[in-house]
Ligand binder design. Structure first.
Ligand SMILES: Nc1ncnc2c1ncn2[C@@H]1O[C@H](COP(=O)(O)OP(=O)(O)O)[C@@H](O)[C@H]1O
Ligand SMILES: [Mg+2]
Length: 276
């Protein structure tokens, strides 16, 4: 039994941090996702896999409350995301494929933006963060290994560094849940592994629930606790990562992984990195 499975058994009473229950969303009468049900516990990293067009981004936009589902509910910490407004939304942090930093300001100021949900609005407008917020932001930059870049403009950092700043910003939000839609799709394998290692560490050390879509199955196998598979908008599988074998892969992608290795990149290489 994996350490994760053991710890889940040891804490049966803890309710999941994220519950998607029968979530559906259509565009112009066509279902992008339908009846998607799964949950993510505190301290758990769940990888969402599936071919392009399977509905991953639509699902993630529903999870963060950016998009209202046509059917079903999304609950974070037991509360319907549709009823969480303003500051309560800070419980959910989002990490994007394209980092979404403000280019012209420093790494530190980008991380401080993660505190905006916590400080009075006027402080945010005037960028008057107090000492505790600044220390927290520096601590978050330190956690992602970029303390020495704190004063550097975001657009002068490498892609991998920018995504780490975005993760520091998410951490500064002190969220219950991090939703990351293809956070490593724009990064080379080494930078991608670094980012996933950070997300895994945040789940474990801070007890944050992390849900992360990926195209690289090797990364899911290395860093995820569970795999949720979407196919044509529907939940195709939900299993512990050690059960995500060749048969499950073929069921999800409709092709054996050997055939996919050429198209998707060196899966074996991505698995080489040490598990944190
Ligand atoms: N805003 C939109 N308007 C119309 N169709 C959309 C919109 N967003 C997504 N879709 C459709 O929903 C389906 C799922 O897309 P998406 O959620 O982006 O999948 P994935 O992220 O897995 O590639 C696709 O068929 C896509 O064309
Ligand atoms: Mg997508």
């Amino acid at each position: 039994m994996s350490a994760t499975a053991a710890s889940r058994q040891a804490m049966p009473a803890a309710p999941p941090r994220l519950v998607a229950d029968g979530v559906g969303k259509s565009f112009a009468g066509l279902a992008a996702i339908a009846d998607v049900t799964f949950s993510v516990g505190a301290g758990e990293l769940v990888a969402v896999l599936g071919p392009s067009g399977a509905g991953k981004t639509t699902l993630f936009r529903c999870l963060t409350g950016l998009l209202a589902p046509d059917g079903g509910t999304v609950r974070v910490g037991g509360e319907d995301i549709a009823t969480l407004h303003g500051r309560a939304r800070r419980r959910v942090a989002v990490v994007f494929q394209q980092f979404n930093l403000v280019n012209r300001i420093s790494a530190l100021d980008n991380v401080l933006a993660g505190r905006l949900g916590h400080v009075p609005a006027w402080r945010g407008v005037l960028r008057r963060f107090d000492r505790a917020d600044r220390l927290l932001a520096l601590e978050c930059l330190d956690r992602v290994g970029l303390l020495d870049k704190a004063m550097q403009r975001a657009d002068t950092l490498s892609g991998g560094q920018q995504q780490r700043v975005a993760i520091a910003r998410a951490m500064a939000q002190r969220p219950d849940l991090i939703v990351a839609d293809e956070p490593v799709a724009s990064l080379d394998p080494a930078a991608g592994a670094g980012v996933l290692e950070l997300l895994h560490g945040i789940a474990r050390r801070d007890g944050v629930a992390v849900v992360c879509s990926l195209h690289q199955v090797g990364f899911a196998r290395t860093y995820a606790d569970r795999v949720v598979g979407l196919s044509q908008g529907r939940l195709a599988l939900d299993m512990p990562v050690d059960r995500f074998d060749e048969a499950a892969f073929a069921r999800l992608y409709g092709t054996p992984s050997a055939a996919r290795a050429g198209a998707a990149g060196p899966i074996a290489m991505q698995q080489e990195g040490p598990r944190p």
